[in-house]
Write a protein that binds this ligand. Structure first.
Ligand SMILES: *Cc1c(COP(=O)(O)O)cnc(C)c1O
Length: 362
């Protein structure tokens, strides 16, 4: 490898596409003749305005975002959205949440501060290893929205079929699957994603929200920064935005367009994930933690069933040049996050390593 970079299986911040890092490097000291780095640039400058405009336009094109949706760049990462969603969307003070793992649990806890939260389905009974049946949920008529975490980063479960919201607004946390496959935006009222999992550097969330859900009649004590309306009315530049993250994300959007868009990204991701899951299914030592039909294409938790053995694999993997394979403490075992930017050769190398480890530990 040209740069001696490791295969980094971190759940986030995570790998970036190498061509994107190279472009950023090349533009670091003097961005396109401006005489400065993007980090040093006024967010009101022509050059930066163009970066932000192109980032939004490219995102809209990639996802096919309809005209009646806004695309916003908001600081505060993913966690701030746990609060912004209920603050902005709870009109009747009531929302339905589906509990599928650590990140929906956090969203539920935060939303409870703002109104009534009905947990209409949960997979807690089996330690969040599946997505519950949501084809016939009990949803009160005055529910403001139905909330899901579409890919649970820690537990490794994904929604392959959206819940039947019975006409209510669907809100989705797509942080760890954003842009990993095509998405029909009009199925949702609001999609949000912290960008450091699958797109760019930490510290920003992308929010895609249907315009009729952007309200002005919020609690008057709502901080101005926490209203979607503030961001929507000011093209995400009410105050100084996370310029650097917008710049890097914009490069990733262009990169995704250059490889053929989200369909091609999905093809590559499915292929990559299959290499790992096929191995886990054939292994006598390792087992995937999630039921096959709800397995994540991005975050793959797996276990040996023995904590000491798990620790031995993690240590050996680190020594062999693979980074961040230790599972989250709530699940244990190992977790390989194989986001968009993880090359297939990284997954193949990991599988070869695990096979060898298994053969040596019979
Ligand atoms: C990482 C993550 C978050 C939280 O993001 P922060 O930027 O760390 O606040 C929320 N939801 C999901 C699904 C995540 O993976």
């Amino acid at each position: 490898m040209q740069y001696n970079r490791s295969f980094n299986f971190s759940a986030g911040p995570a790998m970036m596409p190498e061509p994107v890092l190279e472009e950023i490097r090349d533009e670091m000291m003097n961005y396109r003749g401006s005489g400065m780095c993007v980090m040093e640039m006024s967010h009101r400058s022509k050059a930066f305005q163009q970066i932000a405009d192109e980032a939004e336009a490219d995102l809209r094109e990639l996802m096919g975002i309809p005209d009646n949706y806004k695309g916003l760049f908001v600081q505060g990462g993913g966690t701030l959205q746990f609060a912004m969603v209920p603050m902005n969307l709870m009109k009747n003070g009531k929302a339905v949440y589906i509990e599928t793992g650590a990140w929906s649990k956090k969203a539920i806890a935060e939303a409870k501060k703002y109104g009534e939260v009905i947990v209409a389905a949960s997979s807690k009974d089996k330690n969040f290893t599946y997505v519950p049946d949501c084809s016939d949920l009990d949803i009160p008529a005055d529910t403001d929205y139905v909330y899901i975490c579409e890919n649970e980063t820690i537990h490794g479960v994904t929604w392959n079929k959206l819940p039947d919201t019975k006409g209510h607004v669907l809100v989705s946390d797509q942080s760890s699957m954003f842009l990993s496959r095509p998405c029909n935006v009009s199925d949702y009222g609001l999609i949000w994603a912290g960008v450091q999992k699958n797109v760019g550097p930490a510290g920003m969330a992308i929010v895609i929200v249907r315009e009729d859900l952007i309200r002005d009649d919020l609690d008057p004590k709502t901080p101005i920064y926490l209203k979607y309306k503030t961001h929507a009315d000011n093209d995400s530049m009410y105050n100084t935005p996370n310029c650097w993250a917008i710049y890097c994300c914009g490069k990733v959007f262009k990169y995704l367009k250059s490889i053929g868009g989200l369909k091609e990204m999905q093809r590559r991701n499915e292929h990559k994930a299959k290499v790992l899951y096929d191995f886990l299914d054939s292994s006598k030592l390792f087992t995937g933690a999630v039921v096959p039909q709800d397995r994540s294409m991005m975050n793959v938790p797996f276990i040996t069933g023995n904590a000491d053995m798990d620790a031995a694999v993690v240590a050996a993997s680190k020594a062999a040049g693979f980074d961040n394979l230790k599972g989250h403490k709530s699940v244990g075992g190992l977790r390989a996050s194989i986001y968009n930017a993880m090359p297939e050769e990284g997954v193949v190398a990991l599988v070869d390593f695990l096979k060898k480890f298994e053969a040596e530990h019979k």
